[in-house]
Design a protein around this ligand. Structure first.
Ligand code: BTN
Length: 252
């Protein structure tokens, strides 16, 4: 079981030996209204994990964390929902910095965590806005912890970086505490600070890189995000281009 020292995240914990997708499972429970805010669903063996852009998320059974957290931030307007992506990214950033102190850690917009230029965590946040404009959020996290075989060329894990094998429950407990820390910060009106911290950790911020949008490839410089999460890239003519998720590709 979990030892997280938290106020609400992880107090309701559903641990399944196997599950199609913890995001889907949590969404089904959310409809039935049987969940407390902070409920967590975790499985050792996710058989049909969902990724961003309609991709799938594969994780070797028993090696990594695949879990979802249910949040209901009544204090956030729908237009502020990207702050959830920010706090979850920051939580994982802190954790990875602690576990891999020698490595370079970045948040790749909107919410991928990269360590030494390889992806280590995928986050899939699925929000529903109810009739009272309250956000119901399912925060799905896949964190590569102890997997060292069968990793994609572009992916890595904590063990691959640090050579240390970690107890999954301990890592889960640390992630949950870090998420709650930033969530409480956001709740106590520190959105400005959250945004600033997020921007500081953005991959390719203020450096020239190569991108592709619907009009073609170009050199540009990420200048940060708008409050709602839109990514701003300055192109070679000095103009600012604005992108929603899926409208821009990083050509690494
Ligand atoms: C990505 O494409 O980078 C996001 C991957 C998100 C995977 C996690 S694993 C736990 C949760 N349940 C899912 O089906 N997906 C998310």
């Amino acid at each position: 079981k979990i030892f997280a020292n938290t106020l609400f995240i992880g107090k309701q914990l559903i641990s399944l030996p196997s599950c199609h997708s913890t995001n889907e499972f949590l969404a089904e429970l959310a409809v039935k209204d049987t969940l407390f805010e902070g409920a967590v669903v975790i499985t050792e063996n996710q058989t049909k994990g969902k990724g961003q852009r309609g991709n799938s998320w594969y994780s070797e059974p028993g090696k990594n964390l695949t879990f979802s957290v249910y949040l209901r931030p009544k204090f956030l307007k729908p237009s502020q929902q990207f702050d959830l992506n920010r706090i979850v990214s920051l939580a994982l950033y802190d954790l990875l910095k602690k576990m891999c102190p020698m490595a370079k850690v970045y948040i790749k917009w909107p919410n991928d965590l990269y360590v030494n230029k390889k992806k280590i965590t995928g986050i899939l946040i699925e929000n529903n806005i109810n009739q009272h404009s309250i956000i119901q959020s399912i925060v799905g996290i896949g964190l590569n912890v102890n997997q060292t075989d069968k990793l994609l060329e572009t992916a890595t894990s904590i063990k691959e970086i640090s050579n240390v094998e970690y107890e999954l429950n301990k890592v889960l407990s640390d992630v949950i505490m870090a998420i709650e820390h930033y969530y409480l910060m956001l709740r106590s009106n520190d959105a400005r600070l959250i945004r600033q911290l997020y921007e500081e950790k953005l991959y390719k911020k203020d450096v020239v890189a190569y991108y592709e949008d619907k009009n073609g490839k170009f050199n540009g410089v990420i200048r940060g995000t708008e409050a709602d999460g839109v990514l701003k890239i300055e192109d070679e003519s000095g103009a600012l281009r604005r992108y929603q998720f899926k409208e821009i590709h990083f050509l690494l």
